[in-house]
Design a protein around this ligand. Sequence first.
Ligand SMILES: O=C(O)C[C@@H](Cc1ccccc1)[C@H](O)SCc1ccccc1
Ligand SMILES: [Zn+2]
Length: 157
Amino acid sequence: APSLPIAQQGEAILAQSAAVVTDPLHPDIQALIRNMQATMLAANGVGIAAPQVFRSLRLIIVASRPNPRYPDAPLMEAVAMINPEIIWLSIETCLGEEGCLSVPGRRAQVARAERLTVRYLNQQGERVEAAYSGFVARIIQHEMDHLNGILFVDRVG
Ligand SMILES: O=C(O)C[C@@H](Cc1ccccc1)[C@H](O)SCc1ccccc1
Ligand SMILES: [Zn+2]
């Protein structure tokens, strides 16, 4: 699958709220998921949201793996989350360093909820509810922000 161009900070699409995916099993959506995964891997990302590849759709890929900043991050299979909704966020938050494929060269400490529960449709169109914590929860919150037109730099004082 080809690597797609990544929208950079300043592109209008990154500040918009993305649209709900109406047909998760549509071939276009299945192809987009494959292309987003390839794009994320080529860019050494641990996540990516559809608006970042110029598709204003509520679709994210989450793929934590150990990295210099988070050496104990879990190694996980990339998971596609279609129409994700965070249905619970812990009150406890934690600070962690973030970067963004759309804001190259910037790193900042961002406060995020330590734990969350997310409801989404998986690549097979099945409803899933799952709990996450730590770095994976951070990635999900970062990617959900992209679906709502928010960049991590908007959250830094
Ligand atoms: O731009 C994106 O959405 C992908 C980010 C995801 C991310 C979310 C939270 C914390 C860090 C990154 C990219 O993966 S940025 C590259 C990267 C990878 C590992 C650690 C930090 C930054
Ligand atoms: Zn980002």
